[in-house]
Design a protein around this ligand. Sequence first.
Ligand code: MSP
Length: 645
Amino acid sequence: MNSSNPSFYVTTPIYYVNDRPHIGHAYTTILADVLARYYRLLGVPTHFLTGTDEHGQKVYEAALRNRLTPIEQCDRTVVRFQELWKKLDITHDDFIRTTEPRHTRVVQRILQELYDRGEIYAADYAGWYCVPCERFFPDKDLAEGNCPECHRPVERLTEKNYFFRMSRYQDWLVAYIQEHPEFIQPASRRQETLGFLRQPLGDLCISRPKKRMGWGIDLPFDADYVTYVWFDALVNYISAVGYLADEARFRAWWPASCHLIGKDILTTHTVYWPTMLKAMGVEMPRAVFAHGWWLVGRDKMSKSLGNVVNPMDMAERYGVDAFRYFLLAEMTLGQDASFTEEAFRNRYNADLANDLGNLASRVLKMVVRNLDGALPAIPPRTADEEGLIATTLGAVGHMRNYLGSMQLDRGVAETIQAVREGNRYFDRMAPWQMVKAGDTAGLQRVLYSAAECLRIVSGLLFPIMPSKMTELRRALGLTETAARPRVADLATWGGLPAGTRLQDPGSLFPRIEAVAEKGGAVVAEPAAPAAPAPAPAVNVVTIEEFGKVALRTARVLAAEAVPKATKLLRLEIELGGETRQIVAGIAQFYKPEQLVGRTIVVVANLKPAVIRGLESNGMLLAAKSGDTLRLVTPDGDVPSGSSVG
Ligand code: MSP
């Protein structure tokens, strides 16, 4: 949040209504919800917008596939998102659909104004068009003749279209990004956009002829065309808060504090959107934050791999709060993260069952049993409590700072550290022995302090697990209003009043046991007799199939950049007695001179391919994770041509 702006306005991307929501959609929306809830606790006026992107080719094609009209497709699918947000306890203030008149009207007014001012013009356009991405690409951007974004085949099209003079704003945009380091976050994404802007920026085609695809907002100045879906969709961030309709409301929320997006829609949000706003004379959003992708294990999530994670199922099986917690705790903002049910169970059992649930249960049980359910007067602090108080109050400060830098996973980790400290304190002080020894003052001090630690951590975790933390806070005897914490109340030790009546709510986070292993244990999946048989593992190859791949070591003799290709290097390699050429997409990770003389591993029997007019005879192996790529190399000297396997 920008400190000069007294309000917090957060947005999610608006989701295409072509399919059911998946974990990626759920993640961004939960993240936005958690941020919005934290800012509300801070007492900052907060506005949280989400919605659906209902025009364009993807939705149109889904409608055709489902034998529906496009608007029927939208009306049916939007409900899935709305129901999911309800299930996941999402507290958005507004949900915008781009088919609503409050949005289409604004898009049309913007278009007309930009057209009248010469910011939009008509021209013939020839280019490569990718149907799934709904984008034209110039020759130079194609990847081996295919779409550089989704790698599917492209079609050659020539037609009259309308263009937004985006190129005009290139220099301004570069300067703006350089002068506003917080505008694109994290820094790696900022570099990515600046890298993109090193090449000349073209004008943006913002129309689609109706004869090709008529599902969109009509261009106000040419009835044969509809608006390109991105030019329509991005406007939602301002149309929803009253741009050109309700000046006071618009001023109250705009500029947005943070547009949350996935890394794949970086260019549209950090190049198209700011140049559009600049042309309109509208202030820039404060920040665009691009998070990484959720992988399933190590694989990309895809329908064809059959590994799409359905958030509704996860919330039903493991509980909404635990699911929200996992997503937030597990993803380091900016990096990719991996989802598996095993990882989910491990984190749940470690953080929630063993740490937080355990502390809550031991404290509440002992207060009920040994103090008659009532807290004593605030006991004097002794040296015994120092560590606990410092770690717990420290977590409040950490959470606040990490919130500012969008590192919620770290804020969560600090909070769980405080819980662990609470358990250690409890073990060290052994209040059960105080009961035996009749040390009431000691017992009161220990139970009060541990309960106070719970009051504070439950407040810090409240935005992430609103129902479970409300349950815990009620058990701690906090009144209805206090059950909803205020950050200011969390920063001081001693907030639980004397005489507060505590209850034991039973197990907050029962351990999840692997269903097959422990019949009688608490299971996450309510003993469903008809659990579907596990699907056959995808991507399994037999040893014979694997044996067909000839992996060999090779020595790099020469390396150079491929002209006009930002990602490619041409390598000459020695493979046994043979010299070969390969083209590899590693230019962003290695300079040519770093490669010469190194021994690498290549697939030697890959069918040759022509990349950018160069024959590539083999493929090198590299390990990739998020934004990092490292070559696979043998860890000692071996001659080139050695087999690897
Ligand atoms: N409609 C556009 C956004 C327009 S915003 C003005 C769109 N929609 S989408 O439904 O395809 O994707 C929405 C978001 O989901 C994107 O931010 C995308 O990055 C995100 N994700 C899609 N798959 C994902 C994962 N596997 N993991 C995390 N997020 C991912 O793009």
